[in-house]
Ligand binder design. Structure first.
Ligand code: 4AD
Ligand code: MG
Length: 465
């Protein structure tokens, strides 16, 4: 058995222990005295462990001298306190084996230097070997585990909502079609349309844009539920915050209104931030040093303050009175653009803000109508530097109002018969939101583009790797 670098640097095996470690070489240098120093990473923590390899080893000349960045290695030796600054322990190696060579060191793309994020995207299969992507990957894992822990500790049931669906939850028409039909020979109806009744599911089907509708069904039986999985959008936006495939955390709570929902969002985010700050302290120190100076302090600030809350109508007022020249003009009724969202959270408030009560005309059919008949009980949480990270609402639980909305939006009641049933049989006030995992990790780390916080980003014209 071998030890992780993390456990060794933490001094878990007592000093002087005989241990084995395995990983990939980041750098190697040789001292004048002929000792080789190897920095070995295994992904378990930010720092590498240093291997001190004496010349006396039988394979020193034949193998150790030929080791380069990227080689995989198994080393056995004694754990000793390190003299070097910034390192706790190192390994006095007694036996070293190369498991996998780098066939041509000159072509190895991951040279130990600073690479641009654009370059790293072109070597997405090797980029997890860099400090940056390694740290992002650990933080992303920490956030995901914290999400499950939070919901589990608070009595939520994890629901596995379907990936394939016939309904467009957001009504934005940005869905990827799933079909078993032969593209070269599509069956046609008498009127010449594609005959989806002959398709695998007997109707047009898509990759889900959100698990919400199915989640609502389970919410109205299990009370507190959430789903956490991949969602898909054929969105045309080529921006630093949109992906075609992204992961979404969606809680749904029964017997609850929009205020309960904002409280949940605040509590969940603060819980996640605390987990990241304690469990990924080294990674966060790296982000604070190299990516975003305020990476740590801003999370601490959020943990110690209440979220700001702002009515959409007041937000419009603030934007109009700001004296700023926005690219998209501001008037009541517009959908807030990233520049507006960033102004509100970054410049005006200086921390995350929950904006509530949006005009009904810019929001989905399922959001609960307010008494003014003009706005719905929607809430978005906007974060400095990125804009919207959460979108949610109280749901319309009154059948007659829902039917009125469906008709107004020219949606076919028949297509929503099961969703309407939930309002016919024991309906209750309920609410939920979606939190984009990539936007959250981007916010936490300060890594500006969501393409760099997901292992293999899918965007327009890019499904490589
Ligand atoms: O605001 P959205 O579209 O809300 C929904 O889908 C609701 N049905 C969720 C719910 O109430 N259960 O998306 C929710 C969040 C956004 O705030 C954003 O963080 C993220 O999902 N998101 C994206 N992230 C990356 N790439 C995209 N193309 C995204 N679209 C939305
Ligand atoms: Mg939204």
């Amino acid at each position: 058995t071998f030890s992780s670098v993390k456990s060794l640097l933490a001094g878990l095996p007592p000093e002087g222990s005989e241990i084995n470690v395995q990983g990939w070489v980041r750098t190697k240098r040789e001292s004048k005295a002929g000792i080789a120093f190897i920095a070995l990473h295994d992904g378990s923590c930010f720092d590498p462990i240093q291997l001190v390899v004496p010349q006396e080893l039988p394979n020193f000349e034949q193998e150790v001298t030929k080791i380069t960045s990227g080689c995989s290695i198994s080393a056995t030796g004694t754990l000793v306190a390190s003299q070097g600054k910034g390192q706790t322990y190192e390994i006095q190696v007694t036996k070293i084996e190369v498991i996998g060579w780098v066939d041509n060191p000159d072509t190895y793309p991951m040279q130990p230097k600073r690479h641009t994020v654009e370059f790293l995207r072109e070597v997405a299969h090797l980029r997890p070997r860099t400090n940056l992507i390694g740290a992002v990957t650990r933080v992303r894992n920490c956030v995901s585990q914290a999400v499950h822990r939070y919901f589990n500790e608070n009595g939520y049931c994890w629901i596995h909502t379907p990936i394939i669906t016939a309904s467009d939850c957001e009504g934005a028409g940005e869905m990827f079609r799933v079909s078993s039909l032969d593209l070269a020979n599509l069956p046609r109806t008498a009127s010449g349309d594609i005959d989806y009744s002959q398709d695998f599911f007997g109707k047009e089907s898509f990759l889900t844009v959100s698990g919400q509708l199915n989640l609502e069904a389970y919410c109205l039986a299990m009370s507190k539920v959430y789903t956490f999985g991949p969602t898909f959008r054929a969105e045309n936006s080529n921006t630093s915050r949109h992906l075609a495939e992204f992961w979404m955390i969606e809680p749904e709570i029964a017997f609850a209104d929009i205020d309960d929902l904002i409280n949940l969002a605040e509590d969940l985010l603060k819980y996640i931030f605390r987990c990241v700050l304690t469990e990924c302290a080294d990674d966060m120190a790296f982000f604070a040093q190299r990516v975003e100076k305020t990476a740590i302090t801003r999370l601490e600030h959020i943990i110690n303050h209440d979220f700001a809350r702002l009515d959409y109508t007041d937000a419009i007022d603030i934007l109009q009175k700001s004296g700023k020249q926005f690219e998209h003009p501001v008037s009541w009724g517009i959908d807030l653009q990233t520049e507006h969202e960033r102004f509100l959270s970054e410049e005006h408030i200086g921390r995350p803000v929950a904006v509530v009560n949006y005009p009904k005309d810019i929001k989905a059919f399922y959001m609960r109508m307010n008494d003014d008949q003009k706005t719905v009980a929607a809430m978005d949480i906007l974060a400095p530097g990125i804009g919207e990270i959460i979108g949610g609402s109280q749901r319309e639980e009154r059948l007659n109002v829902l039917d009125h909305r469906l008709a107004e939006m020219e949606l076919d009641k028949e297509d929503y018969s099961w969703y309407r049933d939930l309002r016919r049989y024991g309906t209750v006030p309920h609410a939920g939101f979606g939190l984009g995992l990539e936007r959250l990790v981007s916010y936490i780390t300060g890594v500006a583009n969501v393409r760099d916080v997901i292992p293999f980003p899918r965007t327009r014209r890019n499904a490589d790797f």
